[in-house]
Design a protein around this ligand. Structure first.
Ligand code: TGC
Length: 408
């Protein structure tokens, strides 16, 4: 029996059965190598400890900033101005390390910085973005609430303008990444009648504003090397210029435009976690002998590896198609739902399968697949659950919205 493993020069590794590598330019491959080196040097040696102790390693932020990963696809204001595909490739490498670390880049760049970049005034951009790109200012993005998750239109947080012209915010947000370590929060609040989606507006809230408090949600069984929080807003008083003034920010299309960016990164990130799970179990099954044979010599093992590789190749091809469309300006948000739904669903199956193939060893932190699978529980839930993305596709296909029992 041959134990030969096919050597590949592909940046995607052995799993590349479809010439994925050939779809990338040399600068794109170089970016993959750089981010992977950072992950190998700074994340892999420490991730099990961070995960076990449930700490977000702040010391990683300057390393990410050094590579231009914070707001990397934004133009100007100290941001790297890279392409959507570049951003996706970086997200994939980071999430091969851990979803929690990719989530940091996503919340900072795709949500908080993106909100200011898309919807902010020139002064707001100059004030906040350069420091955020350097990682000196950390941001968070408050949309979800304790009773408004999939349905942000039902948010209860409201902002009222008083006689002095100030805005006064009251309410609560939940599952907000980074809030306890953030210097600034983008808070979405109702300014009109309850339930009026077009009355939703975004506010830039320095987190040291009186009345703003954030508390980490713990203990968690997922995304442990990251921080998700409850925010309370009790008479948080802001000057008139704290509002995101652009027309693009009026109504829920404001936060949704940012969610598109974060959802896009997840399409790639989930495949990074899947690929790392695959690499781990491919290596293990080549070394682990049972009945005198490496596990990878068993047909059942090969069938599992082949199925995993099929889905990883399809997932990356999908991500690349969506990324190229984003760069070409032809992206429709429905395509993001296709990618987020498919790649999260397949990635979690792959991580779970890999855990099973590792046997008892798979339940320890010495191996990545169960950590990835646990993380992917969060990834498939935030930024639109499987159900929400399924219904977005259902609406696109049929023309009928089925988000509520009444069909609205
Ligand atoms: P509807 O209320 O009718 O639409 C409101 C406005 O938004 C527009 N829109 C979009 N625009 C751009 N991109 C998208 N993907 C958009 N989706 C909707 C829409 O055209 C409309 O514009 P306008 O000009 O007419 O006012 O909403 P809908 O019927 O289109 O959508 C319904 C539904 C269920 C799909 C939507 O509500 C949805 O996507 N729900 C899921 C929300 C979600 O993903 N929540 C998770 C957020 S994650 C979080 O808050 C934590 S931050 C992450 C972290 O900190 O770690």
């Amino acid at each position: 029996m041959s134990m030969t493993q096919v050597k590949t020069a592909s940046v995607f590794g052995t799993v590349d059965l479809t010439g994925l590598d050939g779809q990338l330019s040399e600068p794109e491959r170089q970016l993959v190598r750089e981010v992977r080196t950072m992950v190998d040097e700074h994340i892999r040696p420490n991730i099990a400890g961070w995960y076990e102790r449930a700490v977000f390693p702040r010391e990683i932020v300057p390393e990410m900033a050094k590579l231009g990963l914070l707001g990397m696809h934004l133009q100007g204001y100290g941001c790297a101005g890279r392409s959507a595909v570049d951003y996706g490739l970086a997200a994939s490498e980071l999430e091969a390390g851990d979803s929690g670390l990719r989530t940091f880049v996503s919340v900072q760049g795709s949500l908080a910085m993106s909100a200011i970049h898309k919807h902010g005034s020139e002064e707001q951009k100059q004030t906040w973005l350069p420091g955020m790109a350097k990682g000196e200012i950390i941001g968070c993005f408050g949309l979800t609430e304790p009773t408004a998750g999939s349905d942000p239109a039902s948010m209860a947080t409201h902002a009222v303008r008083d006689a002095s012209g100030d805005w006064v915010l009251n309410g609560a947000k939940r599952w907000i990444g980074l809030a306890t370590i953030a210097d600034v929060a983008i808070i979405w609040a109702q300014t009109g009648e309850p339930g009026d989606a077009r009355g939703v507006r975004g506010f830039i809230v320095p987190t040291n504003t009186p009345g703003f408090t954030a508390v980490a949600i713990e203990p968690k069984l997922s995304m442990r090397a990251s921080v998700q929080c409850d925010i309370t807003l009790a008479d948080v008083r802001l000057p008139a210029e704290a509002i995101l003034p652009e027309d693009s920010a009026i109504g829920l299309k404001g936060p949704f435009a940012c969610l598109n960016e974060a959802r896009y990164g997840i399409i790639w990130g989930a495949m990074g976690a899947a690929r790392d799970s695959f690499d781990e179990v491919l290596r293990y099954s080549g070394e682990r002998l049972q009945f005198g044979t490496p596990l990878s010599g068993f047909q059942l093992t090969q069938a599992k590896l082949a199925d995993m590789a099929l889905e990883i190749n399809k997932g990356y091809l999908l991500a690349l198609q969506i990324g190229r469309a984003k760069d070409a300006g032809t992206l429709d948000p429905t395509m993001i739902s296709v990618g987020k739904l498919n790649n999260c669903r397949e990635a979690i199956k792959i991580a779970r399968e890999a855990r099973e193939m590792l046997g008892g060893n798979g339940i320890t932190l010495d191996y990545s697949p169960l950590r990835h699978a646990n993380n992917l529980e969060s990834v498939r839930t935030y930024e639109g659950t499987d159900e929400i993305h399924t219904l977005i596709l259902g609406r696109k296909l049929t023309g009928i919205g089925a988000f509520t029992a009444s069909g609205k």
